[in-house]
Design a protein around this ligand. Structure first.
Ligand SMILES: [Mn+2]
Length: 349
């Protein structure tokens, strides 16, 4: 077995076939519940909806859900072509087959995490479809490929093994995961571009969908950016002299915008030439008098920000990770800079 095979640990043809058989047993008359992680992105929700739609078209009763927040992000609503999205409170007590998508640990399911154990105890199956290196292999079935750019790539292998038709709503969900997790195909291998071509042949509108997902903001976005970017700071000596740029989106700045606008800030800040690492602190609702932050970390190519996030209780990918912090934002930045000063370096590719 060569090294490229061992890195596909959990995504062997055998694992894909077993996952396909598990799902095929639920059509035409079974039930499948698919879950994305909390604060779902287009890969989590799009992949769950794409796979879910294929099972729905094949006759299964399909529900797609996630725990927090209780609203579906506006930019992702168009991915639910058949009304499969289900509130956590409307899910059945026990799932026959639970599929966790893009979710490396049960904790990332938020308040839905207890379902994993409950399903296994009731004799059901838990299929984990993911591409995070931090995956804990917490299910009964796993298709986890840490080399895949998106969970959508992994899910497509299962769909192909099942031989289900690739209709436009299925392709739309998967394409959403692909275009976002590859930074608009800049980090996509040739085979992933070929997968995208299949999805476009199935009817996906890449320009319209890409715009909705990545390039569509209300006017209130501009004053928010103006305020947040005015407070951005460059620390050239930080992260082993490779440079860190950081910005803070507090509740006041975020008052008139959606989560999509707040999430867009990191993509602007990380363009900074002088900084290897970009950090954005996004304020969450306080607990009592304690200020709380969701932190986005991005690196260009050298610093392993997943390790930094893990050291602070979070996780993610080598070049894109996150964590939660509490307290004064300046203190949080100092703690992040301390962690970045000791961050492991990635092998240059
Ligand atoms: Mn993903």
């Amino acid at each position: 077995m060569n090294s490229s095979h061992s890195s596909h640990n959990g995504a062997s043809p055998n694992a894909v076939d077993q996952a396909a058989r598990l799902l095929a047993d639920q059509v035409p008359s079974g039930e499948v519940t698919l879950l994305g992680h909390i604060d779902p992105d287009a890969d989590a929700l799009g992949t769950a909806l794409g796979l879910g739609h294929a099972l729905h078209e094949a006759g299964a009763t399909v529900r797609v859900s996630f725990a927090e927040p209780d609203e579906v992000p506006h930019s992702l609503r168009g991915l639910d072509a058949a009304g499969l999205l289900t509130r956590p409170s409307d899910l059945p007590q026990v799932d026959q087959v639970l599929v966790a998508v893009d979710t490396p640990s049960p904790a990332r399911l938020g308040s839905l995490a207890p379902r994993v154990e409950r399903t296994v105890e009731a004799g059901g199956s838990v299929l984990v479809i993911d591409h995070h290196a931090s995956n804990l292999f917490y299910g009964t079935h796993h298709v986890v490929d840490t080399e895949a750019e998106a969970s959508a790539v992994v899910a497509m292998r299962v769909l192909d093994a099942m031989g289900l038709p690739l209709t436009e709503p299925v392709a739309r969900g998967l394409y959403a995961g692909l275009v976002t997790d590859t930074s608009s195909f800049r980090r996509a291998r040739p085979e992933t571009h070929r997968l995208a071509a299949r999805l476009i042949e199935a009817g996906v509108d890449p320009d319209g969908l890409g715009r909705t997902l990545l390039d569509d903001h209300p006017f209130t976005w501009l004053p928010m950016l103006s305020r947040v970017l005015a407070g951005a700071r460059l620390e050239p000596a930080a992260a082993r002299g490779l440079g860190v740029v950081h910005a803070v989106v507090d509740l006041e700045a975020a008052r008139d915008v959606r989560v999509e606008e707040v999430e867009s800030v990191i993509d602007i800040v990380r363009s900074t030439t002088e900084a290897e690492v970009a950090v954005v602190l996004k304020e969450q609702q306080p607990r009592g008098s304690t200020r709380r932050w969701s932190v986005s970390l991005r690196a260009k190519s050298v610093i392993n920000v997943a390790a930094v996030a893990r050291s602070l209780g979070g996780g993610g990918h080598h070049l894109a990770a996150g964590c939660r912090m509490e307290g004064d934002p300046q203190r949080c930045v100092e703690a992040l800079l301390d962690a970045l000063a000791q961050a492991p370096l990635l092998e240059r590719r």
